[in-house]
Design a binder for this molecule. Structure first.
Ligand SMILES: Cc1ncc(COP(=O)(O)O)c(C=O)c1O
Length: 536
């Protein structure tokens, strides 16, 4: 174990030893005795705690009076919860709301209010929301500027369809397409990511006159009958036939996949795998491209309609491909007459930090881009952007969508674009995301069960394993205990990956380094607790 920390409780100023490995505990006690003349770990003033920790070579972490890492302050005061009682809600959930989606946590959280990166439950507990309603709250819960834009538009005109002209969709179309490169200039607004991907796939078939669609395994593109064919997780498919003409090829996962090394990905943190590639080469990329070719040559027809991929897989657990993979894959797809679709539902709007769109990090320009989630900061809206040529082909069929392009949605979307720019949120993703990844890398090096830390900006995954030798996924029951402990300490994390083995960290893009310090402290305590549990 490296970099252990002593914990200083808020009220008592005592050094608590429970999270310090034995070796450091001994070193700390010895140092305190020798240098400060104090015998053992006991009550001290804060200064002495810090001094002792420094002398013993461990960092000093502040804990609150309940022994949990101390949350950064927040001046927002939630209203008192006065709605349905908790038990009644659980009862309604069990009897009257879809059983197809399980609630998170053993005791499901009843969330009541949100403010920027924070959410509050019905009892007034505050949580740092590192999952953002599944990567959806992009600029912060109830961001005042976005709320105000919605309110203003609601006072003016809630709804009219696109058979009339109205200003918000046109303002939005101009603003959004100005943020896209090349010929990506024609906008369609839809209501959800599945609907956007449905449209993109249909568009590709109409434009090319070809039928076959290719995606990557562990890619998630939605749960509508059309997109289900491209969503490569059996769990979502049920027992119903789906995806005629849909093929999924090997996911070039450089950590869990067959090939991968320590230079493959575009991330501040690389895998723990060895790499012997000469500079400028990536054998893993070449091998995965061979697999891609094999799929094209064996499964699909001579010509294909489209290839769809997320720049970084979301539900798949922040899986990143080797550098150059997507660029070569796009070339192969175009040779087969297909269009390239970038599913930016999770990666768009600056989340990856270095670029506004995830596809830019791969140095490619898609033919169609789909967006949802963060586009509306939680407002139900989504979009497809394509080129005028493809849009003209799509116009062969009449297309109508009652709510797509709704004035309120477009006003919200415009405000989100403004806030990202005004508040420098893309840069925040880069700076705070890199800081987070570097801190998580240290956790990975300290704990045998943290197999991989990866991502870019604030699109981060922590893949948990039984051990670093076998890389077998950490069993769900163990994942869940760590995850529950984090929640108990006020930290909400997502989960993903084929085996639900990856913690997903995709917070509102406004989080701070202080929030990261808190989150990493919580994880460290939860992981240490797990090790203690496992050793008994
Ligand atoms: C990458 C990606 N594409 C598409 C979708 C589908 O979006 P929606 O749930 O809004 O239909 C999701 C949802 O999680 C997603 O993560």
């Amino acid at each position: 174990m490296k970099e252990p920390a002593v914990c200083v409780t808020e009220k008592q100023h005592s050094l608590t030893s429970s999270h310090i490995p034995l070796l450091y505990r001994m070193r700390l006690a010895e140092t305190m005795k020798k240098t400060l003349g104090i015998g053992g770990i006991g009550y001290l003033n804060l200064l002495k705690c810090e001094q002792a920790a420094r002398l013993a070579g461990v960092s000093c972490r502040q804990l609150s009076s309940n022994g949990h890492p101390k949350m950064p302050p927040c001046s927002f005061q939630p209203e008192k919860y006065e709605s349905l009682p908790y038990e009644r809600i659980v009862d309604i959930r069990q009897n009257n709301v879809s059983p197809a989606l399980k609630t998170y946590y053993q005791k499901p959280l009843l969330l009541h209010q949100g403010h920027m990166q924070w959410v509050f439950d019905s009892e007034g507990h505050r949580y740092l929301d590192l999952f953002a309603g599944i990567v959806t709250v992009s600029v912060g819960h109830c961001h005042p500027k976005v709320t105000e834009a919605a309110r203003k538009q609601m006072d003016r005109l809630w709804h009219t369809t696109n058979i009339y002209l109205h200003s918000p969709i046109h303002e939005y179309a101009e603003k959004l397409t100005s943020r896209l490169p090349g010929k990506l200039k024609v906008l369609y607004v839809t209501n959800s990511g599945s609907e956007a991907n449905d449209m993109a796939l249909h568009m590709a078939r109409l434009h090319t006159g070809n039928f076959d669609l290719v995606g990557l395994r562990t890619g998630y593109h939605g749960a509508s009958p059309y997109t289900l064919g491209m969503t490569a997780f059996a769990a979502y498919k049920g027992g119903v036939a789906n995806g005629f003409g849909c093929y999924s090829t090997m996911c070039p996962d450089v950590f869990r996949g067959i090939w991968g090394g320590s230079h493959c990905r575009d991330s501040p943190v690389q895998t723990i795998r060895k790499c012997s590639c000469p500079l400028g080469c990536c054998e893993a990329k070449d091998k995965y491209i061979e697999q891609f070719k094999e799929t094209l040559n064996t499964c699909t027809s001579k010509k294909i309609a489209a290839f769809i991929a997320e720049p970084i897989q979301g539900v798949g657990g922040a899986v990143q491909y080797p550098k150059g993979f997507l660029k070569e894959a796009y070339e192969l797809v175009r040779e087969k007459g297909g269009l390239c679709i970038a599913d930016e539902v999770q990666t768009g709007f600056g989340r990856t930090g270095s670029h506004y769109w995830g596809f830019e990090t791969h140095d490619v320009i898609p033919d169609i881009v789909t967006m949802a989630k963060g586009i509306g900061n939680g407002f139900p809206m989504a979009a497809v952007v394509t080129t005028p040529e493809i849009a003209n082909s799509y116009a062969q069929a009449l297309h109508f969508n009652t709510f797509g392009g709704n004035p309120v949605a477009c006003a919200v979307g415009s405000a989100v674009l403004d806030v990202i720019e005004e508040e420098g949120l893309q840069n925040n993703c880069k700076v705070v995301g890199t800081y987070l990844l570097q801190k998580l890398e240290k956790l990975r090096d300290s704990f045998e069960i943290v197999g991989d830390v990866r991502g870019k900006g604030l699109m981060v995954g922590i893949e948990m394993v039984k051990d670093k030798k076998t890389l077998q996924p950490l069993p769900s029951d163990q994942m869940n205990l760590i995850w529950e402990d984090c929640r108990e300490m006020g930290l909400l994390l997502g989960k993903g990956g084929l085996y639900n083995q990856t913690f997903r960290v995709k917070p509102p893009m406004c989080i701070t380094k202080e929030d990261v310090d808190f989150a990493v402290d919580v994880l460290q305590v939860a992981l240490t607790k797990h090790m203690e549990r496992s050793s008994t």
